[in-house]
Design a protein around this ligand. Structure first.
Ligand SMILES: Cc1ncc(C[n+]2csc(CCOP(=O)(O)OP(=O)(O)O)c2C)c(N)n1
Ligand SMILES: [Mg+2]
Length: 280
């Protein structure tokens, strides 16, 4: 079992980048042959998940329900493909389950469900992740646990009032055991984010959060921001991540409508080869 809240050792950036590539490979394998899926968001989040699960977070893959584990709350349930990739890479679920992604009766539905080991929240209805993460952070503190809560949510969810209510609550209740990673990928379903949400970082700061803004596809920036967010100073921490949907595969990055990517069965092999060529 890993030691809780032991300051993580120096980040091994090449190893973390190799993990991120493995996550992208797993996602491509899960989606290929299905013709469609939320692959672009997953590819965009791979670096963030690698930095969390292989550097920053404390958990025990052999004891998923360990009470003092750090929690990862994925608010955007439709990003499940990324969640399953990292759970398999971390040894929490078996990689042999991954091909069942999105199939009837699978433990890996296209939108997250909390019966999947390692999934902390039922996803699907957007705008609820931050509120639940704030509740978890407060409950852990009441229990005297040193665990922290890491919550991902999206730019689309910044248009929902429930997100801002939760943001105010976290600051009011001084949840310094909470770190949010806001995936600002610039899209919301089939187009750009419609309601003006910027300046996101300034707004989070105004709401009482300690805020950092980074390129969410830069591993060095990710580990630096996570290290900066460890301080117990009475403030919740926000990391505003600018990510690129489809990161790692230029053909997918170039797609205009990247939210729910439709890819012909004949195209997957070429795209997987592109991933290896660009990053292998
Ligand atoms: C409460 C709620 N409203 C609408 C939807 C339908 N919906 C699914 S994904 C999505 C896009 C939301 O934007 P974002 O979370 O930024 O996702 P991205 O397009 O970046 O994947 C929407 C509107 C939903 N799942 N939940
Ligand atoms: Mg988005």
């Amino acid at each position: 079992m890993k030691t809780l809240n032991h300051p993580p050792s120096e980040a091994d950036l090449p190893a973390l980048k190799a993990r991120a590539l493995n996550l992208r490979r797993k996602m491509m394998a899960m989606a290929s042959g299905k013709g469609e899926g939320y692959i672009a968001q997953g590819l965009g989040m791979a670096d963030c998940l690698a930095s969390l699960y292989f550097h920053e977070m404390r958990y025990d893959p052999d004891n998923v329900g360990w009470a003092d584990r750090d929690r990862f709350v994925l608010s955007t349930g439709h990003y499940s493909i990324a969640m399953y990739a990292v759970l398999a890479e971390a040894g929490i679920i078996s990689p042999s389950e991954l091909p069942s992604y999105g199939l009837n009766g699978s433990r890996l539905p296209m939108s997250t469900f909390d019966e999947t080991p390692g999934v902390e929240m039922v996803g699907g209805s957007l705008g609820h992740g931050l509120g639940q993460a704030v509740g978890m952070a407060m409950a852990l503190r009441l229990d005297g646990s040193p665990a922290r809560v890491f919550c991902e949510f999206s730019d689309g969810e910044l248009q929902e009032g429930s997100t801002w209510e939760a943001a105010m609550g976290a600051a009011t209740f001084k949840c310094d055991n909470l770190v949010v990673l806001i995936d600002c990928n610039g899209i919301q379903a089939d187009g750009p984010v419609t309601v003006r949400i910027e300046p996101v970082a300034d707004k989070m700061t105004a709401f009482g959060w300690e805020t950092r803004e980074i390129n969410g596809n830069d591993m060095d920036a990710l580990v630096g921001a996570l290290a900066g967010a460890r301080e117990k100073n009475g403030k919740p921490k926000a990391i505003v991540m600018r990510t690129t949907p489809g990161f790692g595969i230029p053909t997918i990055m170039a797609r205009d409508r990247a939210h729910f990517v439709r890819i012909d069965n004949s195209e997957w092999d070429a795209l997987t080869q592109e991933l290896e060529k660009e990053n292998g």
